[in-house]
Write a protein that binds this ligand. Structure first.
Ligand SMILES: *Cc1c(COP(=O)(O)O)cnc(C)c1O
Length: 393
């Protein structure tokens, strides 16, 4: 096809005109630390078990899958009960192709034309993109200078905008810090005081947190939703499996908007196999947490400003010299290290990789910071060190 048609010439919906899609660069470089993936491939015994369970599922692929994914939701409920400090029943769990699909279904059911969702930015960019895709109005709520949520300012935003859905990302992406229980409760109560409002806590990174899950808050709060994913802690971003826990009535609401048979039999079988290996997979999480803490310490030792992290990534800065953080992003890339520029002024985000990857990243930062004019203009030998480094990476 060689038509020169551009997107603008198609009759796309007004609110999509001139917009760009989600797009973390997928570049082929030695050290890729930009999408918060788990750096450890699935262990071989699990790979073998997936093959077995998928083969079993394949024998039934002439039939539609279990539309309600009962076995999978039962196992997810068991996992949440075991690790979340709160009993969760299968009727409270819903699963879809990545938590992005879960969030989309939430906005299809509770957002939509004439309704609004509010999030505290900077936060996960997909929340506003899914709002746009479901024609839900988006309201950007405030954060403090240190990226925490100011409860008073948040209350005012809720009272002023009367959103239908409130997103709280904990631990927050891209900044890394978890939101405390009191803040979530205060926001939940402030929102309900205005009108019945769905409050969605996105816990994509909670397994990496220093603190506890907010799951126990579900008790007696039918408007609260906790969303989770197997993309990060379970090391299965390629699987596409996300889920939520909430009141069973919320699950009923999502069944009104989900596509029939949305979760393929192959996905369900793969996720079930992964859940059989939960303990091994959570062992990797412990390693990653230790590495994350090392990266935080070493970046701070370099004099950088590092936001407290409860996740498998770290926000660091400040890079306010010429070209801002993007110039530093490019120079790290020149050293073979891909990190993420989320557009937060003066800051970058690095995912926690293997110890070797993290060390390569830290060395690259040392080179780049050591030779950044506004950071340390007098530091000698910067150029030689840079040459050494280029041979190593
Ligand atoms: C990575 C991430 C997700 C995961 O999305 P999936 O669709 O499950 O891969 C959800 N929320 C946040 C905040 C994330 O950073």
């Amino acid at each position: 096809m060689s038509t020169a048609l551009t997107l603008d010439q198609l009759p796309v919906r007004e609110e999509l005109r001139g917009k760009s899609p989600y797009g973390a660069p997928q570049l082929d470089v030695p050290v890729r630390l930009n999408t918060n993936e788990n750096p450890y491939p699935l262990p071989e015994p699990l790979v073998a078990r997936i093959a077995e369970r998928v083969a079993e599922a394949a024998r039934g692929l002439n039939r539609y899958p279990d539309r309600d994914a009962v076995e999978l939701r039962t196992e997810l409920a068991r996992y949440l009960t075991r690790t979340g400090g709160h009993p969760v029943a299968f009727e409270q769990v819903w699963a879809a192709n990545g938590s992005n699909e879960v969030l989309q279904q939430l906005l299809q059911a509770f957002g939509g034309p004439g309704r609004t969702a509010l999030g505290f930015e900077p936060s996960y960019s997909m929340h506003s993109l899914i709002a746009r895709g479901t024609n839900t109005g988006w309201i950007s709520g405030p954060r403090r200078e240190d990226f925490t949520i100011d409860v008073e300012a948040a209350r005012e935003a809720v009272a002023e905008h009367r959103p239908d859905v409130v997103f709280i990302t904990s631990p927050n992406n891209p900044t890394g810090t978890a939101v405390d229980r009191e803040t979530v409760l205060a926001l939940h109560d402030a929102a309900q005081a205005v009108k019945p409002t769905m409050v969605v806590v996105d816990e994509a990174y909670v397994e990496f947190s220093h603190g506890a899950s907010l799951l126990p808050l579900l008790e007696g709060r039918p408007h609260l939703v906790v969303s989770r994913t197997m993309s990060k802690a379970f090391g299965a971003a390629g699987l596409r499996l996300g889920y939520l826990a909430a009141d069973p009535a919320v699950v009923d609401a999502l069944q009104l908007v989900r596509l029939p048979y949305h979760l393929s039999a192959v996905n369900q079988a793969t996720a079930l196999a992964a859940l059989e290996h939960t303990d091994t997979l959570l062992g990797y999480v412990d390693r990653l947490k230790a590495e994350r803490d090392r990266v935080v310490q070493e970046l701070r030792a370099l004099g950088l400003d590092v936001t407290d992290s409860d996740a498998n990534f770290v926000q660091f800065g400040r890079f306010d010299g010429p070209g801002g953080q993007h110039a530093v992003w490019q120079r790290l890339l020149d050293h073979g290290v891909l990190v993420r520029d989320n557009g937060v002024p003066g800051r970058l985000r690095v995912s926690t990789g293997t110890p070797e990857e993290n060390t390569a990243f830290l060395e690259a930062v040392r080179e780049v910071v050591g030779s950044t004019p506004d950071t340390d203009p007098e530091r000698p030998g910067g150029e030689d060190r840079q040459k050494d480094k280029e041979q190593k990476v």
